[in-house]
Design a protein around this ligand. Structure first.
Ligand code: ARG
Ligand code: ZN
Length: 472
């Protein structure tokens, strides 16, 4: 028999074999529902199982006059299992329709879980697109610690989106857990006269007709969804470059412009100094978003452009930009690993001070031990209340021990291994986990390997131990 004829006659058998090999029989795939949460120790419902997102394309229109957001999210994801249904995290707002692979899908909502049931099951390994059309007036969400996140409106109508830890579900549907990082295209249309500012690079800014302006922003490097931002306001925008060529885009609320001018002028210098200290800046762009004072109660290290609640001080800028390495490029595996963000960003402030005419990190460490607020106003707080690697609950992940005792953990390592090995550790950690995720256990193992030191006592006493440690 000729080969072609042989293949033709064997075709049905081959099809069945191929189907069995990929876990499906004929046209029917045997999928099961993806998990509705990733069992984060502090936010068990955050994120979803069964798939990983590769890319978010958000197409948004917002009008500050009525506060209505119209959105289309196209989410490209890869199935990690056969899926009969899967969840997205999405809170408030009205869902107008869901499509998977171009076909209308059924969906239902319970709390902040949006369950999508495609017309056919998805195969393990399949890359699929989900489109969600939605609209409504986004509202802020309240954190377990009582602070506001999500979609925050300032008094004059400007808005900003901040997502740590779970605020991003308030303005776009997604897999909202830091362990699932993806690239983003965020395109926003606003009335003429407004600026729309988001993460990454501004690809285009054009008149969209009907007295509207369209901004297209791209995050080419992976981003955890809590770091996505969008600010709409009548900002003053300035652009520039750092000495090594990173482009800088800064948007400032007019009322803050004067107070912010001097510190924002130093952003390129801070990026360069941190690059020298931590290794190459991980992203193609840097900058700032300065909201009107009083818009929100904290700053956030939103990727490439931190959000500030009014004109920031120099150390806050140092802190939020340090997060670009620690938190944004190297992201926590779970919310339990928050000290890997905050301890490092706080220690960056200590390092900046000691190399810019301020107190040494050693002096500051001693001040914390002694509760001496003349050196650092935070030294009098309850930094010893719990071990930084084990906050007692979701409401405590942004408390003092995560920041200050986290920084003290790093200083204790430095005391043990000396400056050369310590700075090599910081750079190695950022380089070897670039664009990924890491846990506390990975850090302690890495630190021992990289420095060759036995740091068990530091972990036992400072990182995991209860009670107030003494020097050493
Ligand atoms: N990660 C932010 C920073 O270090 C602080 C976020 C505070 N959020 C909160 N819910 N308390 O600058
Ligand atoms: Zn921080």
């Amino acid at each position: 028999m000729e080969l072609r004829a042989l293949l033709r006659s064997a075709a049905p058998v081959l099809a069945v074999l191929a189907a069995l090999a990929t876990g499906c029989t004929g046209a029917t795939v045997q999928g099961r529902p993806g998990a509705s949460g990733l069992r984060d120790p502090y936010f068990p419902r955050a994120g979803n199982g069964g798939y990983e997102v590769e890319h978010y394309a958000l197409d948004l229109a917002y009008d500050p006059a009525d506060g209505v957001l119209h959105g289309t999210a196209v989410i490209t994801a890869r199935a990690g299992q056969g899926l009969s249904s899967f969840n997205l995290d999405f809170s408030g707002l009205k869902v107008e329709g869901v499509e998977v692979q171009g076909a209308r899908a059924r969906y239902n909502r319970t709390g902040s879980e949006l369950t999508v049931r495609p017309v056919r099951d998805l195969r393990k390994g399949e890359v699929f697109r989900t489109r969600v059309d939605y609209s409504g007036r986004p509202k802020p969400l309240v954190d377990p610690d009582g602070s506001k996140e999500g979609w925050i409106t300032a008094e004059g109508g400007d808005v900003v989106a901040v997502g740590e830890p779970v605020g991003s579900m308030g303005w776009f549907p997604g897999n909202h857990h830091p362990s699932d990082k993806a690239t983003y295209d965020i395109t926003v249309t606003v009335p003429a006269g407004y600026e729309a500012v988001s993460n990454g690079e501004l690809l285009s800014r054009r008149e969209a007709g009907g007295g509207r302006t369209e901004f297209a922003w791209r995050s080419a490097e992976p981003m955890a969804s809590y770091l996505a931002t969008l600010a709409v306001g009548k900002f003053r925008v300035s652009t520039g470059r750092t000495a090594s060529g990173v482009s800088v885009y800064q948007a400032v609320a007019p009322g803050e412009e004067e107070a912010a001018r001097a510190v924002l002028a130093r952003v390129p210098e801070v990026v360069e100094w941190e690059s020298a200290t931590f290794g190459p800046y991980p992203f193609g762009t840097a900058g700032s978003i300065v909201m009107p004072a009083g818009t929100l109660g904290y700053a956030l290290e939103t990727q490439t452009k931190p959000v500030y609640p009014g004109a920031p001080g120099e150390e806050l800028v140092v802190h939020e930009l340090a997060h670009q390495w620690f938190g944004n490029s190297v992201s926590p595996e779970s919310w339990k690993d928050m000290w890997l963000n905050e301890g490092f960003a706080t220690y960056a402030e200590w390092l900046w001070a000691e190399s810019h005419g301020g107190v040494s990190a050693q002096r500051r460490f001693e001040a914390f031990l002694a509760g001496d607020t003349s050196v650092d106003e935070n030294a009098g707080g309850d930094w010893a209340a719990f071990p930084p690697a084990a906050p007692p609950g979701a409401a405590r992940i942004s408390d003092d021990p995560v920041y200050y005792r986290g920084a003290m953990v790093l200083h204790r390592i430095r005391q043990e291994v000396g400056d050369a090995k310590f700075f090599d550790l910081l750079r190695g950690w950022a380089a070897d986990h670039r664009y990924g995720n890491a846990s506390t256990a990975e850090f302690t193992a890495y630190a021992q390997r990289r420095t060759g030191a036995d740091l068990k006592k530091v972990w036992d006493v400072w990182l995991y131990g209860q009670g107030r440690p003494k020097a050493g």
